[in-house]
Write a protein that binds this ligand. Structure first.
Ligand code: UD1
Ligand code: CA
Length: 457
C-alpha cells in the first residue's frame, strides 16, 4: 500500500476501555475474533496501514490482556490506562503525553469496529490536509436510535449531538456519528481539554470537539462511510454479522486476485489466508490461520486447513485435514480422509486415502498407500518418520517412529515397521500367511450339523 498523506505525521488513539458486558464473556470484548484476529488487532493493523506513526491504546486497568494483545499485534504500541470511564473525550485525554508532542494528524477511533478500512482513515487524514480541524465520520443508519447525530447546515457540519441530548427534530436525522474522528494535531489537545461534561450523561463527549472547533472559527467537516464498515460490536449477534461482512470481503479479494470459488458463500477464510492465481476452491472449505496456497492448486470440497503451505498445482481433499506445519510440494496429492500434521510432503508425492502423516518428511514422488499411519507418539514424546524419495508404502502399514524408510524402498502392505528400511529394500513386517485346503468347507458342514442337532426336541 502506498503511504497515505506523506509528509504528515500521525498519532492514532484507540479507545478500548470498557467491559463489554453484553458479550457475556470471560474475555474482554475487543479480544473476540473476526476472521481469526482480535477486533483490536484488526483496528491496529488498519491504523498501521493508514500510516499512523504512533498508536496509543487506551485500556481499562482491570484488563491486562488487552495491552498484551496490542503489543503482540503492533510492537511498539503505547498503552495508556483510563482508570475511570468518564466518556470518549476523557478516554482520548489518557493519551495526553502523546498529544502534547504535536503530531500533524490525530485519529481517535474505537477498538470494537474491526471492519474500518485503512482507506477510510486515510480519507479522514486527507480532510485534515485540506484544512479541517475536526472531521467526523458519519453513516446512514438503518436504525439511528442511540447514535449521535451529525447536525449539518448547507452541507457544513455544525455539531454532533448525542441521542440522549438531541431534540425531537434532531432525532429525525438519520446521518449518524460512527464515533471515530480526526483532529488537527496542533489543536487536538486544546480542544479535548476544553470539553466539559454538562450533558444528559455527565460524560466528556469527544463529539463536542465539533461544536467547540466551530466556536473557535475552525473548519469542521464530515465524511460518510457505509454502515457495514463502521458497525460496532457489542454482542455475539453483532460479532457474527461482522464476521459475515469480513468473509464477504475476503472472498471478493480472493476472487479478484484470480482464484475460482464455486460457492463463495460456503468458503471461510482467515485474516491471513493467502491464495494464489488459478487456485480452485470447491464448496465448504475452511481456512484457519496461517494458510498459503500457491498458484494452480485445487482444494476439493469439505477440507479443513490450518497453518499449512500448499505448493503449486497440489491437490487437496475432498475431506482432507491439514494441520499446522503441513507443507505440500508442487503437484503433491493429499486425498480423502487424510490428516497431515507437521510434515513435508515432497513434490509429486501421493497420500491419497485414509492416512495419518504426522511429524514426518515424505520424499518427492513417494506413494503412501491407503490406511498408512505414522505412529509418532508414545504417550510422552513425539518422534519423526523419514520416508525417502520414490518410496512405496503399502496399504495399511504402521510406521513406528522414529524410523527411516530409504529412498526407493518398498514396504509390504499391512506391515508394522519398527526398524529402518534401507534404500531400495523391501520390508515385510507382518505374520506369514498360512492356507489350509478345504478347512472352511469342513468348518461350515460341522457347524450346520451342530445347529440342526441342537434344534431337535
Ligand atoms: C459513541 C459516540 C456516538 C456514536 C457512537 C457510535 C461519543 C460521545 N459518542 O457513543 O456519537 O454514534 O459512539 O457507536 O463519542 N470508551 C472508553 N472510555 C470511556 C468511554 C468510552 O474507552 O470512558 C470507548 C469504549 O470502549 C468504546 C468507545 O469508546 O469502544 C465508544 O464508547 P461508548 O460508550 O460505546 O460510546 P457511545 O455511547 O456508543
Ligand atoms: Ca458504542
Amino acid at each position: 500500500m502506498t503511504e497515505m498523506q506523506p509528509g504528515r505525521s500521525c498519532l492514532a488513539i484507540l479507545l478500548a476501555a470498557g467491559e463489554g458486558t453484553r458479550m457475556k464473556s470471560a474475555r474482554p470484548k475487543v479480544l473476540h475474533e473476526v476472521g481469526g484476529r482480535s477486533l483490536l488487532g484488526h483496528v491496529l493493523t488498519s491504523l498501521a496501514q493508514a500510516g499512523a506513526d504512533a498508536v496509543v491504546v487506551v485500556a481499562g486497568p482491570e484488563r491486562p490482556e488487552v495491552a498484551r494483545e496490542a503489543q503482540a499485534v503492533l510492537p511498539g504500541v503505547e498503552i495508556a490506562l483510563q482508570t475511570e470511564r468518564l466518556g470518549t473525550a476523557h478516554a482520548a485525554l489518557a493519551a495526553r503525553a502523546a498529544l502534547a508532542k504535536g503530531y500533524d494528524d490525530v485519529i481517535v477511533t474505537f477498538a470494537d469496529t474491526p471492519l474500518l478500512r485503512p482507506e477510510t482513515f486515510g480519507a479522514l487524514r486527507a480532510e485534515l490536509a485540506k484544512g479541517s480541524a475536526v472531521v467526523a465520520l458519519g453513516f446512514e443508519a438503518r436504525d439511528p436510535n442511540g447514535y449521535g447525530r451529525l447536525v449539518t447546515r448547507d452541507g457544513v457540519l455544525e455539531a454532533v449531538v448525542e441521542h440522549k441530548d438531541a431534540t425531537p427534530e434532531q432525532r429525525e436525522i438519520t446521518l449518524c456519528n460512527a464515533g471515530m474522528m480526526a483532529l488537527d494535531g496542533h489543536q487536538a489537545l486544546s480542544l479535548l481539554e476544553a470539553i466539559g461534561n454538562d450533558n444528559a450523561q455527565s460524560e466528556f463527549y469527544l463529539t463536542d470537539a465539533v461544536a467547540l472547533a466551530r466556536s473557535r472559527n475552525l473548519t469542521t467537516s464530515a465524511l460518510v462511510a457505509p454502515e457495514s464498515e463502521v458497525q460496532g460490536i457489542n454482542d455475539r449477534i453483532q460479532l457474527a454479522s461482522a464476521e459475515a461482512e469480513f468473509q464477504r470481503r475476503k472472498r471478493l479479494d480472493v476472487m479478484a486476485e484470480g482464484a475460482t470459488l464455486i460457492a463463495p458463500e460456503t468458503v471461510f477464510f482467515s485474516h491471513d489466508t493467502r491464495i494464489g492465481r488459478d487456485v480452485l476452491i470447491e464448496p465448504h472449505v475452511v481456512f484457519g490461520s496461517g494458510v498459503s496456497v500457491a498458484d494452480g492448486a485445487v482444494i476439493h470440497a469439505f477440507s479443513h486447513l490450518e497453518g499449512a503451505a500448499i505448493g503449486q498445482g497440489a491437490l487437496v481433499g475432498p475431506y482432507a485435514r491439514l494441520r499446522p506445519g503441513a507443507s505440500l510440494g508442487a503437484k503433491a496429492k493429499v486425498g480423502n480422509f487424510v490428516e497431515i500434521k507437521a510434515a513435508e510432503i515432497g513434490a509429486g508425492a501421493k497420500v491419497n486415502h485414509l492416512t495419518y502423516v504426522g511429524d514426518a518428511t515424505v520424499g518427492a514422488d513417494a506413494n503412501i498407500g491407503a490406511g498408512t499411519i505414522t505412529c509418532n507418539y508414545d504417550g510422552f514424546f513425539k518422534y519423526r518418520t523419514n520416508i525417502g524419495a520414490g518410496a512405496f508404502v503399502g496399504s495399511n502399514s504402521s510406521l513406528v517412529a522414529p524410523i527411516t524408510i530409504g529412498a526407493g524402498a518398498f514396504v509390504a502392505s499391512g506391515s508394522v515397521v519398527t526398524e529402518d528400511v534401507a534404500p531400495d529394500a523391501l520390508a515385510v513386517g507382518r505374520g506369514r500367511q498360512v492356507a489350509k485346503e478345504g478347512w472352511a468347507k469342513g468348518f461350515r458342514e460341522a457347524s450346520l450339523a451342530r445347529k440342526a442337532a441342537a434344534k431337535k426336541p
